[in-house]
Ligand binder design. Structure first.
Ligand SMILES: Cc1ncc(COP(=O)(O)O)c(C=O)c1O
Length: 386
């Protein structure tokens, strides 16, 4: 690897995670056990939800949530197109229909008008995605949901920590699901968390994450446990593990410090790039705070001689790694063919996608690296000015 190459993302792992992992390996308890329980408790305390249930991924968390909502074949669930396909695929697991809708021009979060237009008698739930970490218009979404008796599952894969009107994301809707995937703001390699104030939903998810067993299997094997257990429903193998908790516990202690680091980088990008007319910077609404999982900019292609792919290649050649988030769900082969989706019904996302480029933003990134991104993006784009 070229040592001057600035990676798009780097995990923020220190000696604490290594020590905690070593302790777990020496303990002989590798799967779901006491550290998983501690991680759930501490995460729950940090968020301020009634219950937090740890699982193997966001995808597992979303699947279990829709199961607890009682989603069935033929139901409809509203999903924004600007997301990772997992948000839509969990609806398909039930033979239900993900009703894909367009997003807001400024934030690329789900459009309120499009939600209203998509509601039918079959609609059962809405899954707003906090794109890049910026919370959606949750008050308005809740008002629509209440008026139509719909459930809300927040896709907060990007938004730990983030706030909406001074409330932490994770405390607001029926259920909020977080992701601890490798690149996320708190990482356990793979992992997810279901946060809810509804005891019944939490209990159902806790049972279904481990084969539908009516008590946690880890207790069976501990001294406090017994050999007896009962299966109350055909559940899934979606449990979290103490190996993952070994990363999660120390990461949780520094989650606010990691957020501060991201906020500082975002603020520097705003300042350093504000006069560059060749890109559109993210728009953040004043009543909420983004986690800054992503810093997505949109290229002003009309003023450039190169397209997004060529610009990304040029940035790479100049040792700056960038990402693209996301190819809209309605453009993926399966979704466009199965649900007969066309760009013309998604004007905002379809226009945004070819312009989108996410700049590196992560704790551990030095001031020098941030300046390098600002200077390289500015110089290269000016070089390709039409
Ligand atoms: C918006 C969004 N939702 C859901 C997911 C799925 O998360 P996981 O990989 O933890 O299943 C991702 C992953 O990148 C995501 O970006």
């Amino acid at each position: 690897m070229n040592k001057d190459y600035l990676l798009f993302h780097k995990p923020f792992i220190s000696e604490e995670e290594i020590d905690e992992m070593t302790d777990t390996l020496r303990s002989g308890w590798l799967s779901m056990g006491p550290k998983t329980i501690r991680f759930e408790e501490e995460f729950n305390k940090y968020i301020g939800a009634k219950r937090s249930v740890a699982v193997s991924s966001w995808t597992a968390a979303g699947h279990l949530t829709l199961e607890a909502f009682g989603i069935e074949r033929g139901d409809e669930v509203i999903v924004p197109t600007m997301t990772f396909p997992a948000t839509a695929e969990i609806v398909c697991y039930f033979g239900a229909k993900p009703v894909i809708v367009d997003v807001d021009e400024d934030t690329l979060n789900i459009s309120l008008e499009e939600i209203e237009k998509a509601i039918t008698p079959k609609t059962k739930a809405i899954i707003p995605v906090h794109y890049g970490g910026q919370p959606c218009d949750l008050d308005e979404i809740q008002a629509i949901a209440s008026a139509h008796n719909l459930k809300v599952l927040e896709d907060a894969a990007h938004s730990l920590p983030a706030t909406y009107k001074d409330k932490k994301i994770g405390t607001i809707s029926d259920v909020t699901c977080f992701s601890f995937y490798a690149t996320k703001t708190l990482s356990t390699g793979e992992g997810g968390m279901i946060c809810t104030n509804n005891e019944e939903i939490a209990e159902r998810c806790a049972i279904m994450r481990l084969h539908g067993i009516n008590r946690d299997a880890w207790k069976r094997y501990s001294e406090a446990g017994s050999w007896y257990y009962e299966v109350v429903a055909p559940g899934y193998k979606y449990n979290f593990t103490d190996l993952q908790a070994s990363l999660g516990l120390p990461q949780l202690k520094k989650v606010d410090a990691m957020w501060e680091w991201r906020k500082k980088i975002a603020s520097r990008y705003f300042d350093g790039l504000k006069n560059l007319d060749l890109i559109k910077l993210p728009v953040v609404k004043s009543d909420r705070e983004s986690s800054w999982h992503l810093f997505p900019v949109r290229l002003n292609l009309e003023m450039l001689t190169k397209n997004r792919a060529q610009i990304i290649d040029e940035l790479k050649n100049n040792n700056v790694g960038v990402g693209v988030h996301f190819m809209p769900v309605h453009q993926h082969l399966y979704y466009s063919e199965t649900f007969n989706l066309d760009d013309k019904n998604f004007p905002v996302a379809s226009a945004a996608f070819p312009r989108l480029m996410s700049l590196p933003i992560y704790p551990g990134m030095t001031d020098q690296s941030v300046e390098k991104v600002i200077n390289t993006v500015t110089d290269l784009l000016n070089k390709f000015r039409r």
